[in-house]
Ligand binder design. Structure first.
Ligand code: F0G
Length: 463
């Protein structure tokens, strides 16, 4: 396709107004939010790149199917429709809906923790996954390749597991103490970086060798399949569905935040390949936590929208445009010299704020500083994915240091146009030009868990 003529593969049928604010207003709004962008009201944000989770636009088909939903408490026909779609995509025998990804995590993960002192190993655990691992009484170990942290290094699959390290960790901790291996695809915290099929096959071999359960945390599994198709030998002729199916074949359990590649505003998936005992356990626990197993925290219309959205997310025209939008913003920043994780990942541009503001120590949160400056510049909301998010060691309470201080500019699906991305790019370049003026932040209140969401801050006074 001639690059010059690429545009959004949709027309806009319904519009939601967004509003600009003045710089003076934004300074005040941010102060009132305790310098935590999570506490800003969305109406005070012009372009919201906080997350791609549940923030995308649904299609006319999704909205149409919602009208036909069955809202029965038990045995809804919308459940059976979704059940069919999930089984068609995964090839798994069992499916239970959950209200979102963490709903799935809170049901599945505790079932695998059978005693004290157990571990989960992932390429990188997402924050809520880590939290649920810890709540289940286990510990989370990340095991991604070293190349992941070299942001300028051109590596096609920076989300990959370090296979040697994985093997060593299992031997060191003892295979009987590993509750599960979680393949996070794409690897969100590393920059939406994909995991290669070859790497996943090797992870499966290791899991089989030691008899360890293999899970997929597949919030963005379709984007991962897109990268496999684009970059890995032998996959260019395969469909996204084929690649997804091959990926699911490798694992035992699939947990999904459907708010990403399910193209819905709310939803989650638990799918289990063939372990009937585990399925029965999850079915039992889903009732008090999420709801009856044929709705699991979702309304019938949510399940209708998800059944349709899962299929739309496998469409190559959609995926090509989606990834192109991320690259458009990323290339703009890279050309201006802004340090970003490269190659550009699947759902967001990850800006290396440690490089932008080396004068701010890790425990004064350089990426929060850049995020706040970007909001003040143009009302654009990004999100810190660095030492603030990483939190404290659950045992020693020492402030952990993230290998990279990222700010994530996360692009929702089908929501913004290329012009919105121009605003973001220009504003970020402006912040970059004045990077010497950035200052760090310290806590005025630190919440005890998942502290990035609800803590408040104050700027650290210079000198
Ligand atoms: N796993 C991954 C890889 C995720 O990215 C997320 C959420 C979850 C699990 C939890 O799913 O939000 O539906 O409960 N990620 C969002 C984000 C919140 O902004 O990256 P959830």
């Amino acid at each position: 396709m001639n690059k010059k003529y690429v545009a959004e593969p949709y027309r806009i049928k319904m519009v939601e107004p967004i509003f600009e604010t003045t710089r003076e207003q934004r300074i005040e709004l941010l102060k009132n939010a305790g310098y935590n962008p999570f506490s800003l009201r969305s109406e005070d944000v012009y372009v919201d790149l906080l997350t791609d989770s549940g923030t995308g636009a649904m299609s006319q088909e999704q909205w149409a199917h919602m009208m036909t939903a069955d809202e029965a408490y038990a045995g809804s026909k919308s459940f059976y429709k979704l059940d069919g779609v999930v089984k068609h995509i995964t090839g798994y025998k069992y499916f239970i809906p959950a209200h979102q990804g963490r709903g799935a995590e809170q049901i599945v993960l505790p079932q695998l923790v059978t005693k004290k002192g157990m571990y989960f190993i992932s390429n990188i655990h997402f924050d809520t996954t880590r939290a649920h691992v810890e709540l289940a009484g286990a510990r989370a170990i990340d095991c991604v390749i070293e190349e992941c942290f070299q942001i300028d290094l051109d590596h096609p699959f920076k989300g990959n597991f370090d296979l040697k390290k994985l093997d060593e960790i299992i031997i060191e901790k003892g295979k009987e103490n590993i509750a599960g291996i979680i393949m996070t695809i794409t690897n969100n915290s590393a920059g939406g970086q994909p995991v290669s099929f070859e790497n996943m096959v090797e992870v499966q071999k290791i899991s089989k060798k030691y008899g360890i359960t293999l899970l997929i945390d597949g919030a963005r599994y379709a984007e991962n399949a897109f990268f496999i198709k684009e970059r890995e030998k032998g996959f260019s002729d395969k469909s996204i569905l084929d690649i997804a199916r091959m990926t699911f074949d490798l694992a035992d359990i699939f947990m999904m935040s459907a708010k990403k590649d399910g193209l819905v505003n709310m939803g989650g998936i638990i799918a289990i390949k063939d372990n009937e005992h585990l399925f029965k356990l999850c079915q039992t626990y889903i009732v008090p936590y999420e709801g009856f197993p044929t709705y699991g925290g979702l309304s019938g219309r949510d399940m209708e929208a998800l059944a349709q959205g899962l299929m739309e997310a496998l469409d190559m025209r959609f995926l090509t445009h989606r990834i192109d939008q991320i690259r458009y913003l990323g290339d703009m920043l890279k050309e201006a010299g802004v340090p970003i994780q490269y190659p550009i990942g699947g759902h967001a541009v990850f800006v290396d704020c440690g490089k932008i503001a080396p004068h701010i120590p890790y425990d004064q949160y350089p990426a929060l500083s850049v995020t706040n400056a970007l909001y003040i510049e143009a009302g654009v909301r990004g999100v810190e994915i660095g030492s603030l998010l990483l939190g404290r060691d659950p045992d020693t309470h020492v402030n952990l240091k993230s290998p990279i201080e990222f700010m994530r500019l996360t692009i929702p699906r089908r929501l913004y146009t290329y012009q919105h991305l121009d605003v973001v790019g220009k504003a970020m370049i402006e912040v970059f030009k004045h990077r010497d003026q950035l200052t760090g932040y310290e806590f005025s209140y630190e919440s005890p868990m998942l502290r990035h969401f609800t803590s408040t801050f104050k700027p650290v006074k210079k000198g």
